[in-house]
Ligand binder design. Structure first.
Ligand code: GDD
Ligand code: MG
Length: 346
């Protein structure tokens, strides 16, 4: 069994974080995001992993290397220009004869892939997609299934008027098992979308197409700042089973700094007396000066928060400088190298 991670999108909704850092490797509690997906695949015994890239591929390849360090073999395929989700699958497939597990490269999940595979095999399915229930399905691919799990309709990003008529809220979780016959539906060298083209075609052809609802497992698309922050809160709060957080990094932390148990501090940080840190992930090499307050936030590597500054429910990119007494408020997202003058409020 092999896996393909679709990691070629531009990550536009995560801007400015993705201007210098492609979405697949944005740090999540100080680890490149894709390592969480690699953990899940390795746990299911899947170690042959292809990363399908298009946007800033070199940065991803340099960071993850050949995968040995993580107990897997990583192969990289870069598209000359984005080929769409199905086009990318075809482009990467060569003449494969085996089924492939496909992940959208921005899903944080602890799904049991082995269980999904078992379901796929039991149904003799050609395409199995995992489904999840959300409150607002309009941002996703809406999927209707019958009582046996057979997919009856797939509507990508349904319009509001269409939604009412449909009346379901199970969506495509972006995790598929595809038999190689699906490749025959995708012409070579063209831009094709699973969601808009291939899945509706599979339905129209009457090929066995099943959906299985993820129940009791965690699922989140980290592709917006709000969700990226939520992923941190859920990991720090211990609400996602199965991932070890790296809590043992060496840093210079003043004894009179208060850091709660949920927070994670990266290696080589300096944290001065009187600092308060709550429910936050602090990247490596960050400096936090006297009496600064950081709550419910994410700070990337090598940023500096000056004395008495406050950061609440915000994301701060790499090598930023937050001036003294500045306040960074809920929902703020600062791109790399942002510099805030003393007393600024954002
Ligand atoms: N290689 C490659 N080439 N990858 C791509 C391309 C491409 O041209 N276009 C998108 N991707 C990758 C993205 O990097 C991302 O990991 C994944 O495909 C999905 O793209 P998104 O842009 O994140 O799509 P979405 O979030 O709007 O919707 C998708 O995910 C939802 C679940 O989060 C769809 O699959 C929906 O149906 C689904 O509900
Ligand atoms: Mg997405």
């Amino acid at each position: 069994m092999q896996a393909l991670i679709l990691a070629g999108g531009k990550g536009t909704r995560l801007r400015p974080l993705t201007v210098y850092t492609p979405k697949p490797v944005v740090p999540v509690v100080n680890r490149p995001f894709l390592l969480y997906q690699i953990d899940v695949l390795r746990r299911a015994g899947i170690t042959d992993i292809t990363l399908s890239l298009s946007y800033q591929p070199d940065k991803i390849q340099i960071l993850l290397g050949d995968g040995q360090e993580y107990g897997v073999n990583i192969r990289y395929i870069s598209e000359p220009s984005p080929m769409g989700t199905a086009g990318a699958y075809k482009f990467a497939a060569e003449d494969t004869k085996e089924a492939t597990v496909v992940f959208n490269g921005d899903i944080l999940t602890n799904i049991d892939v082995a269980k999904l595979l078992e379901f796929h095999q039991k149904k003799s399915s050609s395409t199995t997609i995992s489904l999840v229930t959300v409150d607002d399905p309009s941002r996703y691919g809406l999927v209707e299934v019958d009582s046996d799990g057979l997919v009856t309709r797939f509507t990508e990003k349904p319009k509001a008027d269409n939604l009412g008529a449909v009346g379901v809220n199970t969506i495509n979780a972006g995790i598929y098992i595809l038999e190689p016959e699906v490749l025959d539906l995708i012409p070579e060298g063209t831009n094709k979308s699973f969601e808009y083209e291939t899945f509706p075609e599979i339905l129209a052809n009457g090929m066995p197409f099943y959906g299985k609802v993820i129940a009791g497992e965690y699922w989140l698309d980290i592709g917006t700042p709000a969700n990226y922050l939520k992923a941190h809160h859920d990991l720090l709060g211990g609400r996602i089973e199965g991932f070890e957080l790296e809590r043992s990094a060496e840093s210079d932390i003043a004894t009179r700094a208060e850091i709660d148990e949920a927070s994670v501090i990266g290696a080589g940080c300096t944290i001065k007396p009187g600092v308060h840190i709550k429910n936050s992930a602090i990247g490596p090499g960050v400096h936090i000066e006297e009496r600064a307050v950081i709550e419910d936030s994410v700070i990337w590597a090598h940023s500096r928060v000056s004395a008495s500054a406050e950061v609440h429910d915000a994301i701060i990119g790499r090598t930023c400088h937050i001036g003294r007494n500045a306040v960074v408020g809920p929902g703020s997202v600062l791109g790399d190298k942002t510099s805030l003058t003393d007393y600024t409020r954002v």
